[in-house]
Design a protein around this ligand. Structure first.
Ligand code: FES
Ligand code: FES
Length: 228
């Protein structure tokens, strides 16, 4: 089996070619210039390549300014598959999936930390692959399958095995990063049901935890793999 390399691990590489990555994955927007090898120009080119116009000025002022500008942009009705349901909503051309999920669809389990592709708090699955929803454009998701933390539990309310393992290991502290940690873990176990601890560490490497609960999260992933 191919070794699972999450998008977040890829962006830690110092010499990563962001343009090539963006070309491989049409819904992935290259991270902003704080990452080695990336530049503000790369980000803007990536957004434009996705069919969206966002001004350099609004980006310079930060993601929240970009959103303020998006309020004036025309909205378009789209239908996206979220947690197995087709959800219709109006989105602006430069609206991120995190904003759509939280503020249009009421799915607030997806957290917004940095809002710039660095912390992993906003991780969701798109076609079972983990993505930063703060760096993914909603309008690019037609025909794709989005899974959020709310979509993991069974219809009868039973928690997903990974969620149970996180509870058993008392993994979260403040819990803010936990949805992202769980989504990355679920993605890992789909492609590698019996990971080594190092493989699990790599898969979660893009999910930062300000409380430093990393070992607890790894214990939880290994428990979920053991008990599956
Ligand atoms: S909020 Fe998306 S990576 Fe931090
Ligand atoms: S548990 Fe607090 S940030 Fe991770």
């Amino acid at each position: 089996m191919d070794r699972f390399v999450p998008p977040d691990a890829r962006i830690l590489d110092a010499d990563v070619d962001f343009q090539a990555l963006a070309a491989q994955d049409p819904v992935w927007v290259p991270p902003p210039p704080c990452h080695p090898g990336a530049s503000r120009r790369d980000f803007i080119k990536g957004v434009i390549a996705s069919g969206t116009a966002v001004s350099a000025l609004s980006y310079t002022m930060g993601g929240r300014s970009a959103r303020a500008q998006s309020a004036a942009a025309p909205e378009r009705l789209i239908a996206i598959n979220v947690n197995g349901q087709v959800r219709r909503t109006d989105v602006t051309p430069n609206e991120t999936l995190a904003m759509t999920l939280r503020y249009k669809l009421g799915l607030t389990g997806t957290k917004l930390g940095c809002d710039r592709g660095e912390c992993g708090a906003c991780t969701v699955l798109i076609d079972d692959v983990p993505h930063h929803s703060c760096s993914t454009l909603t309008h690019a998701l037609r025909g794709r399958k989005v899974t959020t933390i709310e979509g993991l539990e069974a219809p009868n309310g039973e928690l997903h095995p990974v969620q149970k393992a996180f509870v058993e290991e008392l993994a979260p502290q403040c819990g803010f990063c936990t949805p992202g940690q769980i989504m990355s873990s679920v993605a890992l176990l789909k492609v590698n049901p019996k990971p080594t601890r190092d493989e699990a560490r790599l898969a979660l490497s893009g999910n930062l935890c300000r409380c430093g609960a990393y070992d607890h999260y790894l214990n939880a992933v290994m428990r979920a793999a053991r008990e599956a």
